[in-house]
Design a protein. Structure first.
Length: 563
């Protein structure tokens, strides 16, 4: 039976690696993986100096003692977790084939341990490669394996305690009481150390802390946690061998103790499998912009029985915003209200509040399209339905971005109005200048937001396979690389399309400062040409994306989106 379990674990791990490698034949995954690897490699090699902390003088016996406190907290607080169903993590296929099989409870527990070994070994190899341990691969592998057995024992133990009438609150109270007792004892122990206030150096502090860990009571309490720490950060090869010699028998004892608990975890495993499936569906919906927070949220306006068909798309996206992004519609104005309250209560803080509101004014056009992504990106899975409507492509694209554009523009107007009010009360801006600033800022912000929305909606129109969300979404390096590439591409395109506006803004600013300084139309002369250029680019972008949308072949695009 053990050989069969090992075969299943190895085959599953191999097939997973092979499938992910084969996926790299698709350019969207290959490019994403390349960018992800470059990004993580840059972070790792740029921060290689941070790994020197593990080679500090404290990195001997004292380091293992300090880390043992962390392991003690992990071992202790595992009993305070709320889950007490006793269910172990089994997939739907494992539940279907293993539970009806003639297997003992011990065999199923052994299967879970063997099944987790490939992931444990991979994690140990990654941590060893990053240099975050001196125990290298062997010590980490044993620590992770024994910890997994311990967590399995704790899960079954919490279920047994629930059957005995000890619920989560009682367990939490007991763990909290033990933590307080241990903290008081540690404080009393440190308090009794002979500290020379005239000769306090890192070396003397390390020496005193090391002496505290040598207390017999502390050595007994931290015996097993120190074995974990000694396997991860051994001061010598002897410490590594001793720690492993302690952990291996401990893992066997924990395994047999978990089997002796005699807790029926099959029903709990079914419940956990269902909850895991629901969480996965919720995460996929959240990543795809389909997660609904308020199912009965009202529409912001009433849809008339007749009128332009594009209004129906705007109405639908407005309802989606109310159901999916209502928290942000509440949080952002609440932040503005708090800032206004601070400005009213504290006159000295008005300049800082005004600066903060100005920062919101500048940031909203760029972060707003990310927060309110209820546009064509949301309707990508229903592309064939949109293509069936008797509407032009540019009309559909304009209708799709209209709802988030109106919402972001409204929040931008609120931020500009609050900043103007605070600056006026603080005496930093006159009424006429403030009105000019508010009008020009709003006129500039709306085209910039529309430009941002067009750039982000260009991805599902031009590269629908990159924006598609499937059940087998890539993760790790691939997902990070794809997101990084999209962010870089968005910033690059935005910078390029703003160049003509900047070229127009420079002469108009010189003209305004030379001939219209102090005039009512000063701000208008300086900004309106750039605003007109951005508006023209938005119109051209709508026409381009509309024509590209009309040319989309639904059958071919959906074939490329299937993984």
């Amino acid at each position: 039976m053990t050989r069969a379990f090992i075969e299943v674990a190895l085959r599953t791990f191999k097939n997973r690696i092979v499938s992910r490698v084969r996926r790299l034949r698709d350019p969207r995954y290959a490019v994403g993986a390349l960018f992800g690897l470059v990004y993580f490699g840059w972070i790792f090699f740029r921060n290689r100096g941070a790994a020197r902390i593990w080679a500090m003088p404290m990195a001997g016996e004292l380091r293992a003692d300090v880390v043992s406190i962390v392991f003690l907290a992990i071992l202790l607080f595992a009993w305070a977790l709320p889950a007490d169903s006793g269910g172990l993590e089994f997939s739907e296929a494992e539940i279907q084939f293993l539970f009806p099989a003639p297997l003992r409870r011990r065999d199923l527990l052994l299967y879970k341990i063997i099944r987790a070994q490939p992931q444990v070994m991979m994690s140990a190899a990654i941590f060893s490669f990053l240099g975050a341990t001196r125990g290298k691969f062997v010590g980490l592998w044993i620590v992770f394996s024994v910890l997994s057995v311990y967590m399995m024992l704790v899960a079954l133990g919490r279920a047994r305690l629930r059957l005995m009438g000890i619920n989560f609150l009682v367990r939490f109270a007991i763990v909290a009481a033990l933590t307080i007792v241990l903290g008081v004892l540690g404080f009393q122990l440190v308090r009794g150390l002979p500290i020379d206030g005239h000769n306090v150096t890192p070396a003397t502090i390390a020496k005193l802390v090391g002496a505290a860990f040598q207390h017999p009571a502390v050595r007994i309490l931290l015996f097993f946690p120190r074995a974990f720490a000694g396997a991860v950060f051994p001061a010598s090869m002897t410490m590594l061998l001793i720690s492993c010699a302690v952990l291996l028998p401990l893992g066997a004892v924990l395994f047999f103790a978990a089997d002796r608990l005699n807790v029926s975890f099959e029903e709990g495993s079914l419940v956990r499998a269902q909850r895991r499936h629901e969480r996965r569906q919720q995460m996929q919906a959240r990543r795809g912009g389909r997660h609904i927070l308020f199912k009965r949220a009202r529409a912001p306006f009433r849809l008339a029985p007749t009128g332009r068909a594009e209004i129906a798309i705007v109405w639908k996206n407005s309802v989606a915003v109310m159901r999916m992004s209502s928290p942000m519609l509440i949080i952002i104005p609440l932040i503005f209200a708090v800032l206004i309250g601070v400005a009213v209560a504290t006159p000295d803080a008005r300049e800082g509040v005004a600066f903060t509101l100005m920062m919101f004014t500048v940031m909203l056009p760029f972060i707003g399209p990310n927060i309110f992504a209820n546009d064509l990106r949301l309707d990508l899975p229903r592309l064939e339905v949109l293509k069936s409507y008797p509407l032009s492509g540019d009309g559909i694209v304009a209708a799709e971005i209209a709802a988030p554009l109106v919402i972001i523009a409204a929040l931008e107007l609120l931020a500009i109005g609050c900043a103007w009010a605070v600056l006026a009360v603080a005496g930093k801006m006159s009424g006429v200048a403030g009105a000019q600033f508010a009008i020009c800022a709003l006129l500039l912000a709306v085209p910039v937001v529309a430009l941002q929305l067009l750039i982000r909606n260009a991805v599902p129109v031009i590269f629908p396979a990159w924006a598609a969300r499937t059940k087998e979404d890539p993760r790790g390096f691939v997902l990070t690389g794809q997101r990084l590439l999209l962010v870089i591409g968005n910033l690059f395109v935005l910078g390029v399309v703003l160049i003509p506006a900047a070229m127009v803004f420079v002469p108009s600013a010189v003209l305004a400062m030379k001939f219209f300084e102090g005039n009512m139309i000063f701000m208008a002369v300086m900004t309106m040409p750039a605003i007109a250029v951005i508006a023209g680019e938005v119109w051209l972008g709508l026409r381009f994306l509309g024509s590209r949308f009309d040319e989309l072949d639904v059958s071919q695009e959906f074939d490329t989106m299937v993984v």
